[in-house]
Design a protein around this ligand. Sequence first.
Ligand code: DAH
Length: 339
Amino acid sequence: MDLRQLKKEAENRISLIKNTSDLEKWRIKYLGRKSVLSLFFNSLSKLPLIEKRKQGQEANAIRQLFSSLYKKKREGLETNFSFSSDFIDITQPGEKIHQGHLHPLTLILRDITDSFQKMGFSIIEGPEIETEYYNFDALNIPASHPARDMWDTLWIKSKAKNQKSKMLLRTHTSPMQVRYMETNQPPFRIIVPGKCFRYEATDASHEIQFHQIEGLMVGENISLSNFKAIIEEVVKDIFKQQVSVRFRPNYFPFVSPGVEVDIKLKQKTRNKKQDTNEWLEIMGAGMVHPDLFKRVGYATNRWQGFAFGLGVERIAMIKYHIDDIRLFFSSDIRFLEQF
Ligand code: DAH
């Protein structure tokens, strides 16, 4: 038998094979028990020893060659099959999913309300559309009072003749003080987070819309020292560092005495520009004016309380080093993506 002829033929045929069933036929034909090669091996026994050895070696080499041709071809066909169009390569890196996230003001609002909740404050909400009475008069700010200039107001058109029902967009969260006290008895401690609106020109530190968190704690023997202790804890919790707190006298018609609260961060922040020795104003506060207690029928000789109104944007600007309040509502994705 011409082994070289056999080898050539087998090599030729296998190179044309395109699927596994043809390959299996090839295997049976060239490597099977009844293959030409096997029959050849069987016939060797009849040959003289020297011839047997020579031809046996040759045939063995060819069988090894066929085996390796077969193995390679099978691997080739299998991998080709695997990479067909519906193949999913699970080792490929995944595509990045674009995830949304919370607005910086939502983050800071949650931080602040969480801190007050830890100190036992309940969260109350109030209407954004308010009456003139609760926004001003009930807080000792009558129409003629010069303090009304501090709250440039967006009025809502209405036919109301009664002053109690003249409507506006609340200029601060303070109206909830009287609203809450009208229907609740002390002792209590509440915070009122919410949107406020002012009709004024916008600039880096003024917006037409912003957030405040009002606070009110009424009980027996409540003093400004209690307020200071609570605020010190809360700001430490919000800024995650030691913070100094300072009171400066200020006038608000619904508190007496009234103060402005400043803070000073002790640690260097990542913003090198921000001077750590700077006092930064974060809220107005004071002891609730007895007029308010009288208005809601509380005994002024028994109850005292403190109130405060905290600027949420102000805290966010200090914490995240934002130098323009208008960025919060700019919807600029480059700004928002940083949080
Ligand atoms: N409502 C004030 C404002 O808008 C802030 C404020 C000052 C709130 C003193 C208070 C307070 O509760 O006691 O600017």
